[in-house]
Design a binder for this molecule. Structure first.
Ligand SMILES: *Cc1c(COP(=O)(O)O)cnc(C)c1O
Length: 386
């Protein structure tokens, strides 16, 4: 673990502002936990299996660039993202490993894709033609839809697409990949049906001499529960951040959470006195109370509909937030913390003194699950890495 001084340096290098400029709010991200999670996975995969770390949505809110740099130094083969911003953030860190772009970009992005050296996902012959009309020398992954009913060629059409790509000397097919549906009713049977479709596709491609070097279909759910689906490469994302929901655990591994702390500060503390007039009809608000305001609101990723009885930590004790949340602020009842002062640290997730708010607690309070919590992290909140 590095020192606070190093964290500050990293913060400055990543072009972020100091936490003082964002109402004292910040996320603490544990890059060592992310490295640990990578090593856990690496140790359980066959040596020849490549890991494309999926860092979409700005690396699950933790910063695609710094996370990619950490994983690249651990030996990750490549990365997968859904936006050019995330790909740019990775290249800016000096990471030159392969980056697969999931479906999302249009041909208007051709120059950026060439400049960053990205591999494009292709789901149809029309897509292939359109990309070839704007990029001379094209690297592609063919995406297959195994029953997710989202992007990807149907299993029936994928070999025609592989053949069309192979016919074109200027197209390099790096692989085929799929993303398993986890729609209810999830579970093994549906997973096995999708696995069966992938195997059939690969067998047909082999017979036709069209099998590309890489076949990939395992995200977090797959690597944890279906070792038989490893093929040549895997592209989990949530796993690196310590999120392994719904893991049946046939390949369980101890994971550590990447997000250690969500904290902000008290931006106002006052005693509610008579001169404020009639107290509004807001649960928990009353004359004589010690009222605080915290420097985070729904514009910073907190739920707009904050349920009652959500607590945060101030001076090592729990204090109740008073909904509704506002764009940049939320009220907090400091009646039980008479020593609270302007500028005090407020912890929404993580430890303070002997108290601790867990990922599960905050996720359920925010009306989501743990992976959803990572999805709510906002890019404008400064991140401190250690
Ligand atoms: C999101 C995504 C992944 C990673 O999923 P996790 O559940 O976070 O591991 C892998 N592949 C594709 C195509 C995705 O869209």
């Amino acid at each position: 673990m590095t020192t606070m001084a190093n964290s500050r340096l990293l913060l400055a290098q990543s072009g972020m502002c100091d936490d003082a400029t964002m109402r004292g709010s910040c996320y603490e991200i544990d890059l060592e936990a992310i490295r640990h999670n990578y090593r856990q996975l690496r140790a359980r995969l066959g040596e020849h299996i490549k890991i494309y770390a999926c860092l979409k949505r700005n690396g699950y809110g933790c910063g695609a660039g710094p996370v990619a740099a950490a994983l690249a130094s651990e030996g990750a083969y490549g990365f997968a993202v859904a936006s050019l911003m995330d790909a740019t953030a990775i290249r800016r860190e000096g990471v030159s490993k392969p980056i697969l772009l999931y479906p999302g970009a249009g041909i208007a992005a051709a120059r950026t894709i060439e400049a960053l050296g990205l591999t494009v996902s292709i789901s149809s012959i029309d897509e292939l033609r359109q990309w070839r009309s704007v990029i001379g020398s094209l690297s592609v992954f063919i995406k297959v839809d195994l029953g997710f009913f989202r992007a990807g060629a149907t299993p029936l059409s994928v070999c025609d697409l592989l053949a069309a790509a192979k016919d074109d000397q200027r197209v390099r097919v790096e692989g085929i990949y799929a993303h398993m549906s986890e729609l209810p009713p999830a579970g093994s049977q549906m997973a096995q049906a999708q696995f069966g479709r992938m195997r059939a596709v690969v067998m047909r491609a082999e017979r036709l001499g069209l099998r590309p070097p890489v076949v990939m279909m395992s995200s977090t759910n797959g690597v944890l529960n279906h070792p038989e689906m490893d093929f040549d490469a895997v592209d989990p994302g949530a796993l690196f951040f310590g999120v392994a929901e719904g893991a049946l655990g046939s390949r369980s591994m101890p994971l550590q959470p990447a997000l250690k702390t969500v904290r902000t500060r008290l931006v106002s503390v006052k005693r509610v006195d008579r001169s404020l007039g009639t107290v509004p009809d807001i649960a928990g608000l009353r004359r004589g109370m010690l009222l605080g305001v915290i420097g985070m609101g729904w514009g910073d990723g907190l739920p707009r509909q904050l349920p009652p009885n959500v607590t945060a930590l101030v001076r090592g004790r729990r204090a109740r937030l008073l909904p509704p949340s506002h764009l940049e602020h939320i009220r907090i009842d400091l009646s039980d913390i008479p020593g609270a002062r302007f500028g005090d640290e407020v912890v929404l997730l993580g430890k303070q003194g002997h108290q601790m708010i867990t990922h599960e607690e905050i996720a359920s309070q925010w009306g989501t699950d743990v992976v959803g919590l990572y999805g709510l992290l906002r890019d404008h909140i400064p991140k401190i890495y250690f």
